[in-house]
Ligand binder design. Structure first.
Ligand SMILES: [Zn+2]
Length: 142
């Protein structure tokens, strides 16, 4: 399950075992999904805000894909001030990439009422040059 704003742009869980093994511990039984643009490309420049929000820009076609926006989820009410103040996510000093493969996990509570009723979000980026995995965002929505 995933929020409605990313319908159709997440691959089904399969090739992300390495991501799950390292970062999935925070995410209970949810699975990481890989972001894939509708154009078929899978590398993105990453923009984040402290709001928190996260969006990915496809380096092939320029499509902007919002992957997290706390104001879109019922449990995330009460935020306001800093929305839209995006900055490029840079990664660690070991990363030379400007575009990344992106993996996301959306956790749902047992009593989730719909697909937008998420309780936790984790985003992991992989440097396509050296394979380095890094956590971009880890946010408890509720
Ligand atoms: Zn694209």
């Amino acid at each position: 399950m995933n929020p409605s704003h990313v319908n159709g742009i997440l691959s089904k869980p399969a090739i992300v075992a390495a991501v799950n093994g390292r970062f999935g511990v925070y995410s209970l039984d949810e699975t990481f999904l890989q972001l894939q643009c509708l154009c078929g490309a899978g590398e993105f420049a990453i923009m984040i805000s402290r709001y928190p929000e996260a969006k990915c820009l496809c380096i092939n076609c320029g499509q902007e894909i919002k992957v997290y926006d706390i104001s879109l989820y019922p449990s995330g009410a009460g935020y306001d001030a800093e929305r839209g103040n995006f900055s490029p996510w840079q990664g660690s000093e070991n990363t030379k990439a400007t575009a990344y493969k992106v993996f996301v996990s959306y956790e749902y509570p047992e009593d989730a009422e719909n697909e937008d009723d998420i309780s936790w979000f984790i985003m992991v980026a992989q440097d396509p040059l050296n394979g380095l995995l890094q956590e971009v965002m880890n946010d408890e929505t509720a």
